[in-house]
Design a protein around this ligand. Structure first.
Ligand SMILES: [Zn+2]
Length: 84
């Protein structure tokens, strides 16, 4: 299935799946995949991710985790961020 775009100019990001099947957000402005999950905007160009995209992305992740049997600790501090 092809990624579904929000359309109507609202979509600044698109969801696709990495080789492991996990959903990822890609910036539609610059094509990078580095999103700041605290502000939900692109690291590279700062394009914001529309709330509906965030919701859809979270749904995709939840479904992926269920399919894989992955238990996510929602309270965990996410320190995957890198300075560069
Ligand atoms: Zn970007």
């Amino acid at each position: 299935m092809l990624p579904v775009r929000s359309g109507e100019g609202a979509g600044r990001a698109m969801i696709f799946h990495n080789p492991r099947g996990g959903p990822e957000l890609a910036c539609d402005e610059c094509g990078c995949r580095w999103f700041d999950r605290r502000t939900m905007s692109c690291y590279e160009c700062g394009a914001p991710v529309p709330p509906e995209e965030v919701t859809r992305f979270n749904d995709e992740i939840a479904r992926f985790h269920r399919e894989k049997g992955i238990v996510v600790n929602e309270e965990k501090e996410d320190k995957e961020d890198k300075e560069e």
